[in-house]
Design a protein around this ligand. Structure first.
Ligand SMILES: NC(=O)CC[C@H](N)C(=O)O
Length: 226
């Protein structure tokens, strides 16, 4: 079982992600994007960071790396793909998932812990949780505001493709609990190829080790061991 963690120029969460996966007993390796994917990966992570300095729009340049062609092909064949933070931005810019991540409403970089409500507990990424469960995860982004056209969001919601929403500690979805102004407080969505493809702005890999004081992200990464 080898998960390819794709590193672009400016990625900075690739090592953490490999480490977090290893702690869950999942074999993972960092792959430089120019070297392409290993043959038959068991999973793919687009990790967090600041690929190409977030120029143009975060993720927009990495999305044009030739490796993304292979990532889309793997996704179409059923390989699990998870984009985390900058990886989520790359996933949207690269057409794996609908919508885009834009500048936070605050126009500031935000680094904090947030509460997320599990909206669909019946996906590989959320099956470790109960539907409606509230988990705490870290965020660290300047461009995390999820934006999508009203019609497409309505379709996503009707297809149960919202994975997580930002919420209060009690699970209420309110404007105050929405750290970046994301539309309908969306924190993660399922891709077009099926629920084995997902992107999320919070960092599950930063909440997997006891030593870091938080382990509620483990369930997301456990998807790669199913
Ligand atoms: N933690 C990250 O992946 C950084 C996210 C991103 N490049 C931003 O600031 O929006």
């Amino acid at each position: 079982m080898t998960v390819a963690v794709v590193q672009f120029g400016g990625s900075n969460c690739d090592r953490d992600t490999v480490r977090a996966l290893a702690d869950l007993g999942i074999d993972a390796e960092r792959v430089w994007h120019e070297d392409g994917l290993p043959s038959d990966p068991d999973g793919i992570v687009l990790p967090g960071g600041f690929s190409y300095g977030d120029y143009l729009r975060a993720g927009a340049m990495a999305a044009h790396s030739p490796v993304m062609e292979s990532v889309r092909a793997a996704a179409a064949e059923g390989v699990p793909v998870l984009g985390i933070c900058n990886g989520a931005q790359i996933g949207c810019e690269g057409g794996l998932t609908p919508g885009a991540f834009t500048t936070n409403e605050s126009a500031r970089f935000q680094c904090e812990h947030v509460h997320c409500r599990v909206e669909n507990g019946d996906t590989p990424w959320t099956q470790a949780y109960d539907e409606g469960e509230i988990i705490t995860l870290p965020i660290a982004h300047g461009e995390g505001r999820y934006e999508i056209g009203d019609d497409r969001l309505a379709t996503l919601e009707s297809e149960d493709r919202v994975l997580f929403r930002y919420c209060t500690p009690d699970g209420e979805v309110t404007p105050e609990a929405n750290p970046n102004g994301s539309k309908h407080s969306v924190a993660g969505v399922i891709g077009d190829a099926g629920d084995h493809v997902a992107v999320m702005m919070p960092h599950p890999e930063r909440a997997t080790l006891e030593v870091l004081g938080q382990t509620e992200g483990r369930g997301v990464l456990q998807a790669f061991s199913h």
